[in-house]
Write a protein that binds this ligand. Structure first.
Ligand code: DHE
Length: 524
């Protein structure tokens, strides 16, 4: 809703509306135009406020949206509209924002380029950090509560810099170039490049209307953004976030698809993409001279490219057995483990393993508990590599032997979990209990016995979630996922608390070393 002298303007507006009679005052479109359009844009695609489309609001129930309009929410510029709009008017606005647009506006090269903001030109800022800390042990902590991020010194556990982010970041921000830059993605499609040495954003661009996540090529040159809306992938030049290409995600029949997620497969110099509405996995190569075996153009998207004649970034399409909502890339980056969330236990669905070289599914995996595979980790057990994943529906951690893809253990937990973490130097794997009455618990699992050896309750009654280790694996950082939350630092061996830093609903935290070395104990 509007931020410009809002109350005064709203009071004036409401008097005018009242004079015009009830039917006019309750016209949702008119109300939207008067009170909301300035910040959320007339077409509801968002401006300084977030997009107000049902696709972008899936995580906010209409009742909660009503309350936000009535009372506002902490740490935002939007005013409360209680006393300005009556209940019927607020309800009509709620109904409006949960109504899909008749047509999804175009979000192609032109619109993306027009949204691009350059804060600092590439190579215009000093190469020396403004602070003294081990760059490899820096953490970026996302604070969802008031849409900020904190750069943290991972040796001293002291914040170096706290700064605002775009509204509702989601997915892990991605470090590149040895920890100098980090890229954030917001659910509304904003990609922001932050220079951690100079503590400033350098560029921003809106790569989609509703975005899942982003991946950065291992050489730091390209960003690929996975979108739900429109059904596209947006390829950006990492230097200045200039759009290079918008790839329509379609099958041979022209059916389009949302993109579930994209990750980088370093040794293959390619991005791996899972699709939500088409049973295919895509691999997009970003080498200057792509290897044979990629099919080149999938669709004629050359018009949507800044290098129209270039045949770079060819795509290899692999047919799979179902739609992939969530997936895990193996440490060797040649196999994808994926599941579909729409299918239930009763449908007898199992996850599948897709081999990127053989270009087909090579195994099925029994994963009925709705695993959160983007949070799965691996380690060695009795000479074998095992994969461990929390489950969003079942109260168990599933352990899979990656040689034969059999489930070797279901470790019962006190509730379904969301995030799981370990470190090569740690004997333990940590998993949260994100859902249900025991959401304040955090299990610590012995990686060899596969038993829970300790269950921590960092803040009774408050959700504790998402762990990340320091570079050396000696400390584990846990989020107290509440508005008056905290980051709790544990000694990863004694499991004793070392320090607590107040934070506003800290969600994920991302360590430079662990991410850039693709530690098997953390998400990539
Ligand atoms: Fe996430 C990562 C999908 C809901 C917080 N989440 C991811 C990734 C995917 C994903 C594919 C990996 C992307 C990456 O890191 O590059 N998340 C989904 C969903 O499909 C789901 C269940 C429904 C949805 O609304 O999209 C979902 N996720 C949530 C939340 O409700 C969470 C808890 C709060 C929020 O921010 O919206 C949430 N997801 C996160 C976080 C990560 C993440 C913090 C990064 C984890 C990491 O350590 O890398």
């Amino acid at each position: 809703m509007s931020r410009l002298s809002p109350l005064l303007r709203s009071v004036l507006t409401i008097s005018l509306l009242a004079a015009a009679g009830d039917s006019f005052a309750n016209d949702a479109q008119q109300l939207y135009k008067q009170h909301c359009a300035e910040c959320h844009a007339e077409n509801r695609l968002g401006a300084i406020g977030p997009a107000l489309l049902p696709q972008n609001l899936t995580r906010l129930k209409p009742k909660a949206a009503y309350s936000v309009i009535e009372n506002s929410r902490p740490a935002v510029q939007m005013p409360p509209f209680k006393g300005v709009l009556n209940a019927q008017q607020i309800q009509s606005l709620v109904d409006l924002i949960y109504t899909p647009l008749e047509t999804i506006p175009r979000w192609g090269m032109e619109q993306i380029e027009a949204s691009r903001i350059t804060h600092h030109k590439p190579q215009s800022l000093p190469d020396k950090p403004l602070f003294d800390a081990d760059i490899e042990n820096l953490f970026m902590v996302v604070e969802l509560g008031d849409h900020h991020a904190t750069l943290l010194d991972g040796d001293r556990f002291v914040p170096i810099h706290r700064f605002p982010t775009r509204f509702a970041l989601h997915g892990g921000p991605k470090w590149s170039e040895g920890g100098r830059y980090i890229y954030f993605a917001s659910r509304d499609g904003w990609i922001s490049k932050f220079d951690a040495f100079n503590l400033t954003y350098t560029a921003e661009v809106r790569a989609g209307i509703n975005t899942r996540n982003l991946a950065v090529s291992h050489d730091g040159r390209y960003i690929l953004v996975a979108n739900y809306l429109p059904h596209t992938l947006t390829l950006l030049d990492a230097r200045d976030l200039r759009p290079i290409r918008v790839i329509d995600v379609k099958d041979d029949q022209g059916n389009s698809s949302r993109v579930s997620a994209v990750y980088t497969a370093d040794p293959r110099s390619s991005f791996v993409v899972a699709l939500k509405d088409i049973p295919e996995v895509w691999e997009i190569n970003y080498e200057d001279q792509p290897p044979a075996g990629f099919s080149g153009w999938v669709h004629d998207y050359r018009e949507e490219s800044s290098d129209a004649e270039s045949e770079r970034f060819p795509i290899r399409r692999i047919a799979v057995k179902g739609y992939l909502d969530d997936f895990f890339l193996t440490q060797s980056y040649d196999q994808v483990v994926g599941t579909s969330r729409g299918l239930t236990k009763d449908a007898g669905f199992t996850g599948q393993v897709v081999d990127l070289d053989l270009k087909r599914a090579v195994a099925q995996v029994a994963l009925p508990g709705m695993p959160h595979l983007s949070s799965a980790i691996t380690w060695q057990l009795n000479g074998k590599t095992i994969l461990a994943t929390p489950n969003i529906r079942d109260s168990a951690v599933t352990i899979i032997d990656m040689e034969n893809w059999e489930v070797i253990r279901q470790i019962p937990t006190e509730g379904p979990g969301f995030f799981m973490r370990s470190h090569e130097q740690s004997p333990y794997a940590w998993v949260d209990v994100f859902f249900g009455p025991n959401k304040d618990l955090m299990h610590v699992i012995d990686k060899q016995s596969l038993e829970i050896v300790k269950t921590l309750r960092p803040a009774p009654g408050k959700t504790s979630a998402h762990v990340e280790f320091t570079k050396d694996g000696r400390f584990a950082l846990v989020s107290i996922w509440e508005m008056d939350g905290a980051l709790v630092v544990y000694d990863a061996n004694t499991l004793e608390e070392v320090k607590r830093l107040p934070m506003k609903k800290p969600s994920g935290k991302y360590n430079v070393h662990n991410k850039l070395t693709r530690s098997s104990g953390t998400s990539h």
